[in-house]
Ligand binder design. Structure first.
Ligand SMILES: *[C@@H]1O[C@H](CO)[C@@H](O)[C@H](O)[C@H]1NC(C)=O
Length: 196
């Protein structure tokens, strides 16, 4: 048993040393390379949902016309509600899966299982955080919504970036570097969580 532990520990150290170790306070310089293009976004037809959510966000007191509505913290909250992915503040992974299967273009269906898996990982992580705070939901912010949907949305994007299907991944140096940096320096849930 002891011998096994030692061998295994040695192997892990060896594997860890085989990849670059980053200083997490100093991200690599990507020279304006757009990292968002590394994992190709699937073609997704959401019908009139974006239009509805644009209207919803524009009507909030916290709305700021200087920024696009999709950048508003409450935009994902609206998207998940309008697509039926979120019911009474709870995200239903089976509804997410069904929605994506019906609305992602056929040629991009490969990514659906990856996105669904990201939802599962992110929900488990964030719900664990809520449990550790002993709360059922995060406080509604002055923005006009709970940050929960926005947190899940950002987490799912980051997690799907890390688990992008090979055929949608741009196998270029800045992309692989960004992925390695995120793996080491930005673990789940990939976003800061509120303290209440
Ligand atoms: C990491 O980067 C920060 C910011 O550039 C720097 O202040 C710090 O000294 C670096 N740490 C190490 C261990 O190199």
């Amino acid at each position: 048993m002891r011998k096994y532990t030692i061998c295994c520990g040695f192997l892990l150290i060896f594997l860890d040393c085989s990849r670059a170790t980053f200083n997490c306070s100093a991200p690599p310089n990507f020279n304006n390379f757009d990292i968002n293009t590394c994992c190709r976004t699937p073609e997704l037809d959401m019908g009139d949902v974006p239009q509805k959510c644009h209207k919803y966000v524009s009507g909030l007191k916290s709305s700021n016309s200087k920024y696009p509505s999709y950048a508003h913290l409450c935009y994902p909250d609206c998207i998940y509600r309008e697509t039926g992915a979120m019911v009474n503040g709870k995200i239903k992974v089976d509804r997410v899966k069904q929605y994506l299967e019906e609305h992602v273009h056929r040629r991009d269906q490969d990514i659906v299982s990856h996105i669904v898996h990201s939802f599962e990982s992110c929900l488990t992580n964030v719900k664990g955080h809520m449990k550790s705070l002993n709360i059922e939901s995060y406080k509604v912010l002055p923005h006009g919504c709970s940050p929960f949907a926005g947190i899940i949305y950002s987490c799912v994007n980051a997690e799907t970036f890390l688990n992008c299907p090979a055929q949608m991944w741009k196998n270029e140096r800045p992309c692989n570097l960004a992925k390695q940096f995120a793996e080491q320096c930005n673990p789940l849930p990939h976003v800061p969580l509120p303290s209440s």
